[in-house]
Design a binder for this molecule. Structure first.
Ligand code: F0G
Length: 447
């Protein structure tokens, strides 16, 4: 996939700066135990630095090509990714996700307009595919016959799909009872060896970290820096879709904090390379019950992780000890972004509002709108500023949540019920009688 035969990418520890030749099985620095990232020393030399104009035109041209890698919304930007031999690339034409306007949500949040970059429109229904295509290709290049991940459901769905396409076996570790059915069913359908462990996500990741040191299995969580590189492309694609006009704010959900780190890394690299002159403020929103980053910033100024016992119905982000917290803190500092949290009721309302704009998303994605409302109230986001919400998962990932919401079974006990009521759209059960439906239409006209 090399556009430039001289290009070099390197692993580097984000904390002590060590530059190992190869990654350990755990993808942690052998010297200090922190996470690794991929860097591109060639970009520091003026003569080897990719030219903005040439890349923009190459990326446009590739859209016209019928080659699989060119049609991928990830590999189309391969010039800014680690070099992986084209023979090993496994792609499902991921990326290429739409940007939608959300007018009703904008009204509700008190801003002029909101755009949503809908990463749920990827092949397996979440943003994970953009990272998975790169990391699975790396696993294939390194000849692994097993890949594995701990997951709250979307990583596992994505990994299972890409592993099947690559002809590699996959092992999924998920918390028993805390993943949405849509996601679990994908992992089964795509043929993963699926284990529901009697623990939470953090427990699954702990077990996996031990497992990879005892068995030759390639770890595909977002600790894996190849995942992060692939996920960068959502930011590149977004800016291309906006004609390289930088939005004032980009808002992402925070779970294990890989995605916020990836998007932030992309914006910083695009500025370094001269694609953009300023950065968007990248803000991260967590569920109140899984707010480790919020607490880390408040209680330690971002110097030490404050893990929490995570609890939220937005199961995708039910994570108490986020692996990439240091990378996320760096991104918040570098872009001047904020870190917010949203309650269960605020998430549920925001999700129904995104649905009401005809777009929909899974609960974890809706924290972005819920967080935006708070950032507008606090004055951090101004009415006239441009805002992009990154919607991370498809509405069909967790239909049980949506049905419970509209039927009145979600947060029914709590004092929140009254706030949710106006957004509930329960199905109406009627006899098979046109008159009854006409009466209903009349009522709907006047309500
Ligand atoms: N939104 C969705 C839909 C997710 O599935 C996840 C993470 C996030 C947001 C948070 O992203 O972890 O990069 O901060 N899901 C992981 C999984 C953990 O296993 O599917 P993050």
């Amino acid at each position: 996939m090399r556009a430039d035969a001289q290009r070099s990418d390197r692993l580097r520890c984000i904390f002590c700066g060590a530059v190992p030749e190869r990654a350990e099985q755990t993808f942690r620095c052998a010297a200090c135990g922190e996470l690794l990232e991929i860097c591109y020393p060639a970009w520091e030399e003026a003569v080897r630095r990719p030219s903005v104009a040439m890349l923009k035109s190459a990326w446009r041209e590739r859209k016209m090509s019928s080659a699989a890698a060119d049609q991928s919304g990830v590999w189309r930007f391969r010039d800014l990714l680690p070099a992986i031999d084209a023979r090993h690339v496994v792609t499902m034409r991921e990326g290429n996700t739409p940007v939608y306007e959300l007018p009703e949500c904008a009204r509700s949040a008190g801003v002029d307009y909101i755009l949503a970059k809908h990463q749920g429109m990827n092949p397996s229904g979440s943003f994970k595919d953009t990272g998975m295509t790169v990391a699975i290709s790396a696993a294939r290049q390194e000849n692994f016959s097993w890949v594995a991940c701990a997951s709250t459901g979307n990583t596992s769905a994505s990994m299972a799909a890409y592993a099947a396409r690559a002809g590699i076996r996959s092992l999924v570790l998920i918390p028993d009872g805390y993943i949405a059915w849509g996601k679990l069913s994908q992992s089964l359908d795509y043929g993963a060896l699926t284990c529901q462990l009697r623990t939470d996500f953090d427990g699954c990741l702990r077990v996996l970290s031990e497992l990879v040191t005892r068995y030759p299995v390639y770890l595909l969580n977002s600790l894996n820096p190849y995942r992060i590189e692939g996920q960068k492309t959502a930011a590149i694609e977004l800016l291309e879709q906006l004609d390289w006009m930088v939005p004032d704010h980009v808002i992402v959900p925070g779970g294990n904090l890989g995605n916020s780190s990836a998007l932030g890394k992309a914006f910083l690299e695009l500025r370094e390379l001269g694609f953009i002159a300023k950065l968007p403020r990248l803000s991260i929103v967590q569920a109140e019950g899984a707010n480790a980053l919020v607490r880390t910033l408040k209680e330690t100024g971002g110097t030490q992780l404050v893990p929490v016992q995570a609890e939220t119905m937005a199961t995708a982000i039910r994570i108490g000890s986020p692996a990439s917290w240091r990378k996320a803190v760096r991104v918040l500092e570098a872009t001047g972004g904020a870190c917010e949290e949203a309650s269960e009721a605020e998430i549920a309302i925001a999700k129904a509002e995104i649905g009401g704009d005809g777009v929909g998303c899974e609960p974890a994605s809706a924290v972005t709108l819920a967080g935006l409302k708070k950032l507008v109230r606090s004055g951090f986001v101004k009415r006239s500023e441009s805002v992009v919400l990154v919607l991370t998962g498809h509405v069909l990932k967790d239909p049980e949540y949506t049905l419970k919401f509209h039927r009145g079974d979600l947060l029914a006990e709590a004092g929140d019920a009254a706030a949710l009521e106006p957004l509930r759209r329960a199905p109406v059960i009627l006899d098979a009688d046109a008159d009854a439906i006409l009466r209903l239409l009349d009522q709907a006209e006047t309500s």
